[in-house]
Design a protein around this ligand. Sequence first.
Ligand code: HEM
Length: 390
Amino acid sequence: MTDTKTLVQNFDFHGEALDSIFATYKELREKCPVGHSDKYGGFWFLTKSDDIFKVEQDPETYSVRPTMLVPPVADFPMIPIDTDPPELTEYRRILLPLFTPQSLAKMEGPVRDVARDLAKKFVESDSTDATAMFARALPTIFFSRLAGFPEKDWPKFDAWVDDILYERTKDPKRAKAAEKAVVDYFENLIAAYKGRTTQEANTGTIIDYLLEAKVNGKPLTKDELLSYCYLMFLGGLDTTAWAIRASLWYLAQDLKAQRYLREHPEAVPTAAEEFLRTMSPVQAMGRTCKVDTTIRGQKIKAGERVVLLFGAGNRDPEVYDNPEEIQIDRQDNKHLAFGAGHHRCLGSNLGRRELVIALEEFLKIVPEFTLGDLSEKWHGVGRLTLNIKK
Ligand code: HEM
């Protein structure tokens, strides 16, 4: 049994710590809802939903500089995630047209086509890995097309994402090398885009929007373009893959829920919100205090880092009845999986639709499935072995 002081000081939310993170959150919420960990240069953490909401909505007190990511995933500020208002608003405005209800409605059919195709291939293939064949493949194909990343490059993406996001706490050198590879990749890709003929130009991809954009009357600089592409690459691929994988991981074990959703596909959107609440792909994001402040009686000094534990807030008993239980019909599910303030996920409606469509099509096409390897965990984008009842 770890004593509270040690638990707080050593608190981590990456790697193996995620295996038992929900029990850790519970203990922290009860014993030390605002605590200071010594990891990653030291940070305060918030476990209560209300505290996280308040910080999210207070950019006067909390900045996202130098970066929202703890530990960092780039040695440059990423746009828009590492910028504060008012620049943030300008940067976000660039991509808003891509995520209007009308734009999203046009994406429904193509996402469904990809999901259906992948689910069929999964059933027909000898592979049992639903992550590689489905959960990761769907955002790689759909989001990469939307972003304008050429198909020939897709096979390189998974390893880069893994090295940047998952190796940074274990092997920072490897993460740095991947960071450089991705920056080089976008440098070349942007140059290729700029070299297109007028006929080839502007096909409405994310890269096209960024190239056409003006902020304060000026086009984005090369650094701004690279930074925005880098963030979209990380934000658009990994998160959605995690959400799909985690949902399938759960359904493989709760056959009652799996059967119910097969018979009632109209219940999938509500279930998807519950999977997002309980197994959020983004467990935490950081801020930096701009002025001395106090949260729940705990003094926090200007310059200190504050980590918002979305995953802990999402299981706060003050907000949710039986918070540890996954209830696929839970109503009024105002979770923090996409954040809640000025930086609320720009792709939330797309990510959400990708998840719902993925689950609908998988359940329609893939016969009843169970977990093939009990050692596989709920988190991450690693292998998910499924046994299919054929
Ligand atoms: C289930 C899938 C997803 C989840 C759970 C998720 C979660 C998040 C979270 C927690 C944040 C930070 C919010 C904050 O600190 O307040 C964020 C930001 C962001 N996400 Fe997502 N995301 C998902 C999918 C996507 C997709 C598909 C895209 C791209 C189309 C995307 C693009 C972004 C961008 C651009 C930001 C930065 C917004 C800003 O700083 O203003 N995300 N996301």
